[in-house]
Design a protein around this ligand. Structure first.
Ligand code: PEP
Ligand code: MG
Length: 403
């Protein structure tokens, strides 16, 4: 199916009995089209630009979703072999069982990203070892007023109770920018992506944050969760060590394990100063890419920049992992990058301990990790870091991991 663009409603209504791949001129890698296509499990390439007009109805086209390539009038033998290989891979993925490890036994924890109780229920039916990102702001997108501590606790319990014996990482409100929350977000900002969003909202309104932390602590207590079902809390959009220290202090007062998202380049560069205040960090590659490349993650024209394969982004992740090792701080990734099986191997090779993604992507990542040694992940990471650009990084890593 080739289209200019698809609305989320169009994409959700698609019937995979009628098409085998999806290509759009517009959209972005973190757009709804891409996210839903991932759930449908069809090869999908978005934001290809305007040359789709060259392809006519009836032309034979080979779409490689992993590599992001479209080959017009592909050699039939090559196309048949590629489709057969893809079917084989789909079978391997369907059969994969966690916990994830490389062929030589290097463990990588695979976790799910969720936004509510329903998503947590779906995730609990997958091989997810827990939840690596609970986007709490998504529960309140239509709330006009701040829910009380009791009401919030009930909402959080709906997610926590689906993973009664596993780790759950709850993120404090990431209101602002593309996720306006009526009771928290500043109105009429000139540049909301660079404005008062995430933890920054709480600087002017600390009680908003402390009430949320109280609600999380209440949910944890009422469900009787303990160290066998650890509940970690992390702040979005941390940029300085002072912010990390402040957030960690508020968590400590409530007996909560504190972490920060690394999604502002400054936080990656200052990891050595930030980490000593925290128990863990989780790299948000969606925003880290947006801010490193100075490219709006919602812009279809800039999708070639908002690509986590950009070596500049990978170098910031590399630096964060090195500091994580030095300071003995767990480093996870919870952006869309963690859903890409090849990139997941690169991240593991860089030293990332856990990967959190849409739960539908977990088996694909697990199956890929299980097919290679850790040494190969390290080699793939080196190749990606030293590539000239995102396209070259992808190609080099594919040659190493899927020769
Ligand atoms: C990220 O920025 O990578 C992330 C996980 O957070 P969100 O997509 O919710 O901004
Ligand atoms: Mg983010």
């Amino acid at each position: 199916l080739f289209a200019d663009d698809l609305s989320p409603a169009d994409t959700a209504a698609l019937d995979t009995n009628h098409f085998v791949a999806l290509v759009t001129e517009l959209g972005g890698p973190t757009s709804h089209t891409a996210i839903i296509a991932r759930q449908l499990n069809v090869p999908c390439i978005v934001a290809v630009g305007s040359n789709l007009n060259d392809i006519k109805a009836g032309d034979k086209v080979l779409v490689d979703g992993a590599l992001g390539t479209i080959t017009l009038n592909a050699d039939p033998e090559i196309a048949v072999a590629a489709v057969a290989e893809s079917k084989l891979l789909a079978e391997r993925i369907a059969q994969w069982r966690g916990p994830a490890e490389t062929k030589d036994g290097h463990r990588v924890q695979l976790l799910a990203n969720v936004q509510d109780g329903n998503a947590a229920r779906i995730a609990s039916d997958t091989q997810a070892e827990g939840i690596g990102l609970f986007r709490t702001e998504m529960c309140f997108l239509s709330a006009l007023e701040e829910p009380s501590v009791d009401e919030q606790a009930e909402v959080y319990k709906k997610v926590l109770e689906r993973f009664p014996n596993s780790k759950v990482v709850v993120r404090s409100l990431d209101a602002g920018s593309d996720k306006p929350v009526a009771f928290a977000t500043m109105a009429d900002e000139m540049n909301p992506a660079l404005g008062v969003r995430g933890l920054r909202v709480a600087r002017a309104n600390e009680p908003l944050l402390t009430r949320q932390l109280d609600a999380i602590a209440k949910a944890v207590k009422e469900l009787g969760r303990d160290e066998n079902a650890p509940t970690w809390v992390m702040a979005p959009m941390v940029a300085t060590a002072r912010e990390a220290k402040w957030f960690a202090g508020l968590c400590a007062e409530r007996g909560l394990v504190a972490g920060a998202m690394i999604e502002v380049p400054a936080a990656a560069l200052m990891a050595d100063k930030i980490m000593p205040h925290l128990d863990f960090v989780s790299i948000g590659t969606n925003d880290l890419t947006q801010y490193t490349m100075a490219a709006d993650r919602m812009s279809p024209q800039l999708a070639y920049l908002t690509d986590p394969w950009q070596p500049a982004v990978l170098r910031l992740i590399q630096h964060t992992c090195e500091e994580g090792k030095r300071t003995n701080t767990a480093v996870g990734v919870c952006g869309e990058a963690a859903a890409d099986p090849l990139l997941a191997c690169v991240l593991a090779g860089l030293g990332v301990n856990s990967l959190s993604s849409a739960s539908t992507a977990i088996a694909g990542v697990g199956a890929q990790l299980s097919a290679i040694d850790f040494d190969t992940c390290v080699k793939a990471a080196e190749a990606a870091i030293n590539a000239e650009g995102a396209t070259e990084a992808r190609q080099k890593v594919r040659d190493i991991l899927q020769p």
